[in-house]
Design a protein around this ligand. Structure first.
Ligand SMILES: *[C@@H]1O[C@H](CO)[C@@H](O)[C@H](O)[C@H]1NC(C)=O
Ligand SMILES: *[C@@H]1O[C@H](CO)[C@@H](O)[C@H](O)[C@H]1NC(C)=O
Length: 240
């Protein structure tokens, strides 16, 4: 399977600034919320933009490597860097995408932001968010009304070499692209029922992640069904 194109956009503010801790309101159970502490970035703007471009190139390799065993590859479309402070916290999603969005539902648009104070046009009051997708594949089909919004949103400092402690090896993008392709969390639905819908994923009651210490318990077994919790599955929230 080769996706038609994968477009990348980096959105930056012209000045560096520390941002606030935000909350994780979980707007739908299918979208991804990961909240952790964060160190402020203090690179000067020019260096940051150049190194972000380089780090994003490495991030794309991480994405390709993660999906290659499943015969899914991504054909890189093009990348844009936008230095636009008013877009940089993801709170003007629609306006930004009217300018930057490319292709159709067959193409994957990925946006990297210095911070995400909003998601799906809603303000996040507390924790920090690492990433989310606007829609699952099922929501797309015949309805192209939201095509302009269809995208993967990721914190720029989660790419390899980024400053997001415990989530700095690029797996946030891998996790979010999993959602974009239709995968749920490993702990979807807890110990019973449909679970994540993948027959060989052991059931898991809730996420194994301990966001603040960055540890995860490899021997955790939260459900009586067979198998330890799948802490090494990209669709869990385990620290990297
Ligand atoms: C980015 O990559 C280019 C080419 O690979 C390299 O010359 C440049 O020094 C890198 N810049 C930064 C800031 O890492
Ligand atoms: C990927 O493709 C190769 C070559 O066609 C095949 O042998 C392999 O089984 C495929 N892997 C998966 C996970 O489908």
């Amino acid at each position: 399977m080769q996706l038609k194109h994968c477009f990348f956009a980096l959105v930056a503010a012209s000045i560096s600034s520390a941002s606030d801790i935000c909350g994780t309101p979980t707007p739908t159970e299918e979208q991804v919320w990961r909240a952790v502490s964060l160190q402020a970035q203090d690179l000067n703007a020019q260096d940051r933009d150049i190194s972000l471009v380089n780090k994003t190139a490495i991030e794309i390799n991480v994405l390709q490597d993660a999906f290659k065993p499943h015969n899914i590859t991504f054909k890189l479309g093009r990348g844009d860097v936008s230095v636009e402070p008013k877009w940089s916290d993801n709170c003007m999603e629609r306006q930004m995408k009217q300018r930057l969005q490319k292709g159709t539902y067959a193409d994957m648009n990925v946006y990297f932001f210095p911070s995400m104070a909003c998601a799906n046009s809603e303000q996040l009051p507390h924790n920090r968010l690492l990433g989310y997708v606007t829609d699952f594949p099922d929501d797309k089909t015949a309805n192209t009304k939201r095509q302009i919004l269809d995208a993967v949103h990721v914190r720029a400092d989660t790419v390899p070499g980024g400053k997001f402690e415990n989530f700095d090896m690029g797996m946030t993008l891998v996790h979010e692209v999993g959602h974009w392709l239709g995968l749920f969390h490993t702990f979807q639905g807890g110990c019973y029922g449909y679970g994540d819908g993948v027959s060989d994923t052991p059931y898991e009651d809730d996420t194994t992640a301990d966001y603040y210490s960055g540890t995860c318990n490899r021997r955790r077994d939260s459900c009586t069904t067979p198998g330890l919790d799948p802490v090494e599955n990209y669709m869990d929230y385990s620290a990297e």
